[in-house]
Design a protein around this ligand. Structure first.
Ligand SMILES: Cc1cc2nc3c(=O)[nH]c(=O)nc-3n(C[C@H](O)[C@H](O)[C@H](O)COP(=O)(O)OP(=O)(O)OC[C@H]3O[C@@H](n4cnc5c(N)ncnc54)[C@H](O)[C@@H]3O)c2cc1C
Length: 438
């Protein structure tokens, strides 16, 4: 046996599948009978449920990612993007971070490329919208919110001030509600350092096309979350769609119009585009058509899981597993085991997991949870949210760093500095060169 297992994407599914394979195939890896490669543009796995806490400054962004090369010493990591999968020829086209694309051959492929923001052709969205799926986006948003407080404090123009202090989030699922709640909490806390900004001067608008928020925690807790957000002064607009936002002029389907400097788009996800650039089977929603054994329909040596895959939910016939970390991590374990079984000529097993509910953080000491039917709100839910995610974040190293960050935050006030200049590191130097020319 001399098999090459190629994993496309080093996120939840990619990392946990590789960890499983690294452990279960250790003898074969040592003997050179099996090779494992992960291809991902990043050299780290992002623990996405911690993005809102990183945006709020409760966690260092470095501590919410797991470095692939350190965690997976027996796996080759290639940084770049897979642009095409030709399963008939058992090759992918790999576009490295620098240089010409090349073909990479494999025997077994794991499609774990996750999802991207599902956007709509809304005028102005590409100009001012920002997503909330990556560390870069979370930290840019944090810097932006704090920078706009600086702008509002320093201007004498009421229009500029109002626009700077208006923040819009579109989409009231996990990502939207948690991002908004954490950022609002951070901004409110920060106003104590500004002479001319009161918490009530900052306007937060949550726009949701359906009639509920946070469906992940069920109708009762979703309703409670809605009341909480409204009590905090957040303008939650249900059954409302974003019509346009050209130049920051926001127009909503309920007829309201206002200016906003910031618009965060979290209205759903769709599979990574690489799944369409493949000869692998897709379902009616453009996801990889996956069997209950996490193979791709009609194949024996192509596997998929996570946000990019339409995995049938055997605990709920006729339905698919929702795109969340709870399924992604568990699917990865079964997927890894099924690859081992495939290599050893054994029967594959079904993926079976009944969704147990969810926890969500709504700012410091605030949360909501509905897990195994146990409904919690406020501090107990927030505590559960933190302990649950701490138990889930990969590696002991990261767990310790996260605990240290949280412990420091207990004793010291949180950081409220905008390091937005990091996004333009050469500006100062360019200005210095310009003075020399003069
Ligand atoms: C803000 C936020 C909060 C969340 N909170 C929760 C929560 O509390 N609970 C929960 O259960 N779920 C939560 N989720 C959802 C959860 O994070 C995702 O469902 C999970 O990450 C999916 O895992 P995945 O492996 O399919 O994709 P990902 O973890 O996104 O990994 C995909 C990987 O593929 C890589 N990739 C993409 N395209 C290519 C390509 N062409 N070639 C190579 N590599 C590629 C990407 O760089 C990425 O590393 C949250 C998501 C967000 C954004």
């Amino acid at each position: 046996m001399n098999k090459h297992i190629l994993i496309v994407g080093g996120g939840y599914v990619g990392l946990y599948t590789a960890l499983r394979l690294q452990r279960k195939l250790s003898r074969e890896l040592r003997a050179g009978e099996v090779r494992i490669t992960i291809i991902d543009p990043q050299s780290y796995m992002t623990y996405q449920p911690f993005l809102p806490e990183a945006a709020a400054g409760n966690l260092s962004p470095r501590h919410m990612v797991a470095p692939l090369r350190r965690v997976l010493p027996k796996v080759s990591i290639l940084n770049g993007r897979v642009t095409k999968v030709d399963h008939a020829a058992r090759t992918v086209t790999f576009q490295p971070a620098e240089g010409a694309p090349r073909e990479v051959a494999y025997d077994v492929v794991v499609m774990a490329a996750g999802s991207i923001s599902r956007t709509l052709p809304i005028p102005g969205l590409t100009d001012i919208g920002i997503g909330f799926k990556t560390v870069g986006e979370a930290i840019a948003l944090r810097n932006r919110v704090l920078h706009l407080l600086d702008v509002a404090e320093s201007t004498e123009d009421p229009e500029v001030r109002r626009r700077a202090l208006t923040f819009v989030v579109v989409g009231a699922g996990f990502a939207g509600v948690e991002a908004l709640a954490e950022l609002e909490d951070m901004a409110k806390h920060s106003t104590r350092y500004y002479r001319n900004i009161k918490p009530s001067d900052i306007r937060w608008v949550l726009v949701e096309a359906t009639n509920r928020v946070l469906p992940e925690v069920g109708p009762e807790m979703g309703k409670w979350t809605l009341e909480q957000l409204r009590e905090r002064g957040i303008d939650v607009k249900l059954d409302t769609r974003l019509e346009s936002c050209v130049g920051g002029h926001v127009v909503l389907s309920d007829g309201s119009e206002f200016e906003a400097e910031t618009l965060v788009w979290t209205a759903g996800v769709k599979p990574s585009p690489v799944v369409a650039d493949s000869d692998l089977p897709l379902d009616e929603r453009g996801r990889l058509k996956t069997t209950t054994k996490l193979t791709l329909a009609g194949t024996r040596d192509a596997f998929a899981a996570g946000d990019a895959a339409g995995v049938p939910d055997v605990t709920n016939p006729g339905q698919y597993c929702a795109p969340n970390a709870q399924h992604a991590v568990r699917q990865a374990k079964v997927l890894g085991d099924n690859i081992v079984r495939h290599l050893r000529g054994q029967e594959l097993v079904d993926y079976r997991h009944k969704y147990v509910g969810s926890v969500a953080g709504l700012g410091l000491h605030q949360g909501v949870a509905n897990v195994y039917g146990v409904k919690l709100r406020g501090f107990p839910a927030w505590f559960m949210h933190r302990t649950y995610h701490l138990s889930r974040v990969p590696t002991l190293n990261r767990k310790v760093r996260v605990v240290v960050d949280w412990t420091l935050a207990l004793f010291f006030k949180r950081e409220t500095i905008s390091l937005g200049e990091m996004e333009h590191p050469r500006e100062g130097f360019r200005a210095a060169v310009a003075t020399m020319r003069r």
